[in-house]
Write a protein that binds this ligand. Sequence first.
Ligand SMILES: [Zn+2]
Ligand SMILES: [Zn+2]
Length: 250
Amino acid sequence: MLQLPLQRFLACLRRESLGLLEIGLPSVCLLCRQSLTRPGTFCSTCLHEMRPVTSPRCPRCDLPFAALDGSDHLCQPCTLLPPPFLWARSAGLYQDSLRRAVQRLKFQGDFNLDRPLAGLMRSVLQQSLEAYEADLLVPVPLFRRRLRRRGFNQALLLARALRLEGLPVAARLLRRVRDTAPQSGLKAIQRRQNLRGAFEMERSLRGERVLLLDDVMTTGATARECSRVLLAGGAGAVAVAVLARASLHG
Ligand SMILES: [Zn+2]
Ligand SMILES: [Zn+2]
């Protein structure tokens, strides 16, 4: 059961790697710098460490369950308090080489990674994206002080690199108007309270279907709050695409 999605996932990665041949990528792995047998993006060790979220998972927030078999079902947080977004889907699990890739992009500004990682998202999420028919792609914003310090917003980099046909990236639609205490170490309910009033919209929408994009989802508190604000501001629907899904059970 685990075999098929994993094979498809690896095939997607290889295809994305090959697509980059034409722009003259060096023949070393973008993550571990090991030489590659043929030019591409990641070596086979790093590729095999990138794992998709497989069933059983929560169909609403993509949370993977610890059990190895069983069917998809709603997780407890989605049962107790359904999220405002329709669904969230991620390209892979936030662990091993995908985690290192996210951290390299985010904290070291390794801009070689945005296109391969966006390519991975596009390939894995293709069916969900096609079925959803979004009107706007909205990256989760950073607070301006953090943006100044980092120099870029990784969610915006990914959104631009996604190159979804005809889908405009609304980079400034959502604004982070309040800095928030670091979310790590907080429980889900505290994370939600921590984010209240943190986002505002630059203008209202008129029923557009929004695809919200972020790099990592942990409890989903940020995606919930952004979605709530977007829907209150006139979005017709919100779905969430993330690069990596942190599993709450490690
Ligand atoms: Zn590698
Ligand atoms: Zn859930």
